[in-house]
Every structure is written in C-alpha cells, then in structure tokens.
Design a protein around this ligand. Sequence first.
Ligand SMILES: Cc1cc2nc3c(=O)[nH]c(=O)nc-3n(C[C@H](O)[C@H](O)[C@H](O)COP(=O)(O)OP(=O)(O)OC[C@H]3O[C@@H](n4cnc5c(N)ncnc54)[C@H](O)[C@@H]3O)c2cc1C
Length: 595
Amino acid sequence: MSDFKPPVDDMAFILEHVVGYRDIAALPGFEHADLDTVVDLLEQSADFMSKVVAPTNRIGDTQGAQRQADGTVTVPDAFRKAYSSYVDAGWGSIPFPEEFGGGGFPSVVGLAIQEMLQSSNMAFALCPLLTQGAIDALLHYGSDEQKALYLPRMISGEWSGTMNLTEPQAGSDVGALTTKAVPNGDGTYAITGQKIYITWGEHDMTEQIVHLVLARTPGAPEGTRGISCFIVPKFHLDAEGNPAEHNAVTCLSIEHKLGIHGSPTCVLSYEGATGYLIGEENLGMRIMFVMMNVARLSVGMQGVALSERAYQQSLNYSRERRQGLAIGAEGKDSEIIEFPDVRRMLMTQKASIAAIRRLMLLNATYMDTASHHPDAATRTRAGEIAGLLTPICKSFGTDLGNELTSLAVQIHGGMGFVEETGVAQHYRDVRIAAIYEGTNGIQAADLVGRKLPVRDGASALEFIATMRETLGDLVAAGDDFTAIGAELSTQLDSLEKATVWMLRTGVADPNGVLSGSSPYLRMWGLCLGGWLLARSALAAANTDNADLAQEQLVMARFFAAQLLPAATGLAGAATAGSRDLFALDADALSGLVRR
Ligand SMILES: Cc1cc2nc3c(=O)[nH]c(=O)nc-3n(C[C@H](O)[C@H](O)[C@H](O)COP(=O)(O)OP(=O)(O)OC[C@H]3O[C@@H](n4cnc5c(N)ncnc54)[C@H](O)[C@@H]3O)c2cc1C
C-alpha cells in the first residue's frame, strides 16, 4: 500500500495566501500563533500522523473493534499505542483554551491538523472528534466545577467524550427522544433509556469516557424544547476527581458496519445512571448545536481527508499500472496516467480536493473571527458567514468525499474493488460522513430554512457580492484568467437567481424550497470552490514560484471549465418546486399503477 504524504505545503499556502491567516494571528489571544510557528507545527504534526497513525488504518479495518462477553469493548493494540503517543505529544489539545491545558491556537489550525489525522485513520480520529464536541459544549455551558473536573483531562486526551443524541425512534428528529432524567434530590439525576449508534461509546483506549447525554426531565415540554443535556461519566469520580466505581451505563452491542470498523459504534443502555445537568433544564438543543457546529465542519473535513488519501493512492497506481498504448506513445504499453479519461479523474480529484480544503479552512477562519475579533459588528458578520458556510461544508464536502473516493476506486480498475490495495477502505469509510452529524438532506434544509432567511436574505446575497469582488481582479490579471472570471460570473448569476427564487418562494411554498434544497446547496459549493480556486491562482501568480503559479492556474481553469458549469445545470432542479416530486403517490412509486 502506498505511503500517505500529508498536504502541508497546500495548507501553508492556503493559510498564507487564500484565507488571510495573518489577520487571524493578529486577533487578541492568538499572538503566539504566528504563521511561521503554525507552519512548523503543521510539519511536526504531518510527521507524527504519517509515521504513527497512518500505519494503523488497515489494522483498524481488518481487526476492528470487538465487544467482549462482559460488555467491554477492545480496540486493536496498535490503536492504543498510537493514541497514547497522540496524547503524550499533545496533538488533541492544540485548539483549546490554555487555562485548561490547551494550546490556545485558532480553530483553523486545529482543523488542518484534524484533516491529517482523519486521512491517517478516520475510525481512530473519531475518538478525538467526538471528544472535541463534548469539550465545546462544556466550555460554553459547563459550570466552573464541571469545567475544572472534566476539561483538563478531556483536552489532554486522557479521557474521551461522546455525544448521545440518537435513539431507535429519534434519528434526524432529535425531539422524539424519550430517555428520562429524574432528579435524585441531591442535585444529580437518574438517567434511564437506550441510545444507539454512539461513536466510541465504549472502548479501552482511555481510562474514562465522559458521555454527554440528551434526556427529558419530568414534565418537560414536548419536542426539542423539552430536552436537557447531562454529563454521565462511565466511572463515578472519587473525592480526588479520579475514576472509581462503574456508573450504570452498559454497552449492549456494537454495530457491524460498511466502514470505520476500528470505531466502535455502540448501543448504550442507561439504567438509572448518575447524570449531572449542564446549564439549565431544557437547554439541551442549544448545547447540542454548540457540540454539532464544530463537529459538522470536522465531518465535512472527513470528505477532504479521505479524498486526499485515496487520491494519493490512485495517482501512484496510475503511474505504475501499464495497459495498452496511449495515443502518440511508443513501445509496448503505457502507464494508465497517459490516458485522457484517467487524467480527467485525477484532475477532478485534485481540483475538487483543493477547492473544498480551501472552503473548510475559510469557514474555520470565520469561526475564529466570530469568537475572537474585538469589534462586535465584525464578530456578528463573521458568525453569519460561518453559519451559512457550515451546512455547505458538511454536505458538499462529504458528497465530494463519496464521489472522489469512488473515482480513486475507478482508477484502480478491478484492483479497486478487491480489498488488498486498501483503496476500497477509503470509499467504505467515508460513506457514513454524508449520514451522521445531521444527514446531508438535513444540512440542505438548514441552509434554506435557517441560514438563507438571516436578515431576510441580505446575509447570503452580501456574501455572493463578496465573491463577485474577485471578478475585477481576474479581468485585471490578464488573458489566462479571463475565462475563469467569465465562467465564475455566469455561475454566480445563476446562484443569485436561485437564491432570490428561494427567498421569494420560502414562506408561500416551504415544501417547494425544501424540494430544491440539495441541488441548491451544491450550487453554493461549486461557486465557492470555483471562487476560492480563482483566488488561489491570483495569489500564486504574485509569488516568485512559477511552478506553484502554473499548478494553481491549471486547477482554477479546469474547475471553472469542467466542474463549475454544473451549477447552472442544477438551477433547474433547485427551483423546480415540489410538483413532480409529489405528483406520484407512494403506490405509484412502487409501480402499483394499473396499466
Ligand atoms: C456509524 C455511525 C455513527 C454515529 N454516531 C453517532 C453518535 O456518536 N451520536 C449520536 O447521537 N448519533 C450517532 N449516529 C446517528 C446518526 O447521527 C443518525 O444515523 C443520523 O442522524 C440519521 O438518523 P437515522 O439513522 O435515524 O435516519 P433517519 O432520520 O430515519 O433518516 C432516513 C432518511 O430520511 C431523511 N430524512 C429524515 N428526516 C428528514 C427531514 N426532516 N427532511 C429531509 N429528509 C429527512 C434523511 O436525510 C435520510 O436520508 C451515528 C450513526 C452511525 C451510522
């Protein structure tokens, strides 16, 4: 299997030239995180991920997590060793506040490191990813005592965290959950119910697991308004704050899955387990959104991460495998990289990965601005943009993750479909990313239902206007850039028209808007990708690195000419309304129409 080379050069270029990292490093609190320091950190992280974590990927897939007869869950030895080195090196603590032992770095730096961890081993990376969600919830809503008890050891990675939302009858509709939380009279609650699909819900990689559990208190309002969030530690804490007796939570089973075999996905039973309320009763959904917001971006990044690793593998394969003779070639046979259709697949991978990596890191910089900028109006606007981009990053990033890893399988021909090359694992592993953390359909509904209406649509339209500002620079940059600018301009027109349609249709026909929400979200993804690659090409042209300038220009031109035009193609579906989706009833869809 080919080695994984983390794309640190591209990350450093993006930070310096595309997402304006120097402005982030200038924000109060980030003084120690200047660009040179950060690039150095990324290089060290790349070394660690590729040497220590990446070799565990295949073992996780073949060996997987195992539930033992006594209800404990074991992970491969290689995972435990790699995790212990990960904790010792402090990689998990980078983006968290220094007062709890974190590195105090911007979240954009944490996200870049997370990409490398996820490429190295997505199943393994899910443990810190879920812990990060739980940490964010505690940072925002935990009491001082809870923060002091849990955060330092969760941030160091000694303890892991989980997010317990899903129940058999409550998936996308979280408000349908029925797990109960009954006051014990001493300030704690007795938590009873069953949660399913809980990632890293039970395992032997850390000495403690801090479950964050959504449940209902007696008399709580119906639906999402009546949900509260509790800390339920796997082990009670003794007077010194160390794990002691087992709490009443058990792992009933773990799922057998298409991919991420190394990540235990657990059915957890809470039988009067002691829980500690976070914040106040009925605040659960607000807390859940805090957990999910950063997690959504991290899951979007899984699409980038696995596409990158699969791309590297398919590129190597295309340079080794020889078949037939390419046009104009001499000799007996050619490397398959010489065939135009293989080139098409490789360029689609390379340009798309570059586009979505830029989008993810841009989103994270808006999150950093929203949390750290001294000016309130700038913080608010950055928060609006981060809110707009997050469902796009999650959905477009993971859809592309599925498509690009599929292309990597395709480049391998039959060898892609057999397991021994390892490329099929990336395709299987990434499939879940479009499903969990809010399915991609739910992300599209979030975009049109919650994000577009911000300031009656002005927020989204202003962002389209921001993207248009690059068009003048493209014209000024000369012939090479003109075609890119013309295509981007056409596609932004389509996006704006579809946006206006969505806004106009919204209240009168919400089902019509929801019917077009997924193609509409993809229009955004394509336009954002084309825009960011165009900006990259402009920036690279202004460096003294001719190879870099050529690479960025070709990627922007390829994306603009061959991928971006699909945005206009999607406009029809985005604005078609619901008529034909509902014109056939369920029986007719089942082929039960009388002929
Ligand atoms: C491997 C794995 C790990 C997971 N980890 C966790 C975890 O750690 N913690 C946790 O709490 N949960 C976890 N989940 C659960 C996951 O978040 C849910 O599976 C997901 O939210 C979808 O819920 P569901 O499976 O019930 O599907 P459903 O909600 O039944 O959805 C089925 C289909 O209907 C669509 N749909 C449903 N409602 C709507 C709607 N209103 N509008 C449009 N489309 C809709 C969906 O998009 C989907 O295509 C995990 C799941 C898996 C498989």
